[in-house]
Design a protein around this ligand. Structure first.
Ligand code: SAH
Length: 357
């Protein structure tokens, strides 16, 4: 059965019309799902019981179950959410002054196999549906409403598990839903989609008529030689093709592309790397976020020593690149960049399950 949560407003209005209901009734139902955070049809108390029953005959309304919330000493929260087919995904709430950024997942696992990333080790289980992507926001907002009344999620970043542009249609639809003013009403400027650099999908995103998120690109290396090794996707779309697509990308006024650059000691943190990076990006409207590698057990890397990080940043700055050093958030609960791997799940499995043959 289809899920109501996957529908745009127009689709729900059409469904209501098929049941003989006027437009405003469809809008009312849709607002329950996307503005009021309903997790079941029964919560729609101002929709008649009869209509709710007829709806239930046509369509389901699923919701993610909040299975676990972990809290970091720095105020970051990590939610483990479970889908109707029992898959776990993670989403992270990151407070920063007045801002509250939510990092959301687009897939269960990931297929891209970046060598430094914990999510990659899971492999890809499946794409998330548009409603599952949006519901991460509604469940987190409901948690916030209980714990910090009045506080709202202000920014969304598609930087959790998965490669958003590998799940292109569902991600674009989720953005259309989340930016609808009759629903969660996020501004496009407060949504960022991060990609490993799937060139055809970047080109397609640039042509989307209605959906205009900010774009972040995980570059992570300044030569094909290094990038081929740490990000296999580079063998298909090497740096020159990626940057050509980004230079052609229709950036809106006063926006810039963000490049993420995970610093791996001895791999991509030399003076030469800094110089190559600066010359690759020269003249682009962009900024670089330097992210010292966040440790996890599945990969053999190390973050550079603090002095090496500083040296790298000073070098790219001196060469004219806007660069920002990202301090890890929530690393004590494995919620920082690249650490999302459902590790907590193993910890809560009953011992009997763990020891089963
Ligand atoms: N697949 C998309 C969305 C995930 S964003 C993308 O790669 O852009 C996650 C970010 O964390 C990426 O920039 C990735 O390069 C970075 N990352 C992955 N593993 C990391 C780690 N262990 N430490 C720091 N950053 C990491």
């Amino acid at each position: 059965m289809h899920d109501l949560r996957n529908q745009t407003l127009a689709e729900t209005v059409a469904l209501a019309a098929a049941l003989g209901e006027p437009r405003y009734r469809g809008e009312q139902i849709w607002r329950w799902v996307h503005a009021r955070g309903a997790s079941s049809l029964d919560e729609m108390t101002d929709v008649s019981k009869d209509l709710r029953a007829r709806l239930a005959g046509q369509i389901a309304l699923g919701t993610l179950e909040v299975a676990e919330v972990q809290r970091s000493v720095d105020g970051t929260r990590k939610l483990r959410l479970v889908t109707r087919d029992g898959k776990s995904i993670e989403s992270v709430l990151i407070p920063d002054g007045d801002k509250m950024t939510q990092c959301i997942s687009s897939q269960v696992g990931c297929a891209l196999d970046c060598q430094f990333c914990a999510t990659a080790k899971l492999g890809l289980s499946r794409h998330l549906e548009p409603g599952e992507i949006a519901d991460q926001v509604y469940r987190a907002q409901a948690l916030l409403a209980r714990e910090e009344p009045g506080r709202r999620i202000s920014n969304l970043v598609y930087m959790g598990m998965g490669e958003p542009l590998h799940n292109y249609d569902n991600v674009v639809k989720s953005i259309a839903i989340l930016t609808d003013e009759r629903g969660a009403n996020f501004s496009h400027r407060r949504i960022t989609v991060s990609t490993v650099g799937l060139v055809p999908a970047i080109e397609r995103l640039g042509r989307e008529p209605e959906v205009r998120p900010n774009l972040a690109v995980s570059l992570n290396a300044a030569s094909d030689d290094v990038r081929d090794r740490i990000m296999p996707v580079n063998r298909k779309w090497p740096i020159a093709r990626l940057l050509a697509a980004l230079k052609a990308y229709p950036l809106e006024r006063r926006r810039r592309i963000t490049f993420e650059y995970v610093l791996l000691a001895g791999v991509n943190d030399s003076d030469d790397d800094a110089e190559r990076l600066a010359s690759l990006l020269r003249g682009m409207r962009c900024k670089v976020n330097l992210i010292p590698w966040n440790p996890h057990p599945e990969a053999p890397y190390k973050p550079p020593a603090p002095a090496a990080i500083e040296r790298f940043q000073n070098r790219v700055k001196a060469l004219g690149l806007a660069s920002y050093l990202r301090t890890p958030r929530g690393d004590d609960i494995a919620a920082a960049c690249g650490q999302l791997a459902n590790r907590s799940q193993a910890a809560v499995l009953p011992a009997s399950r763990l020891s089963a043959p």
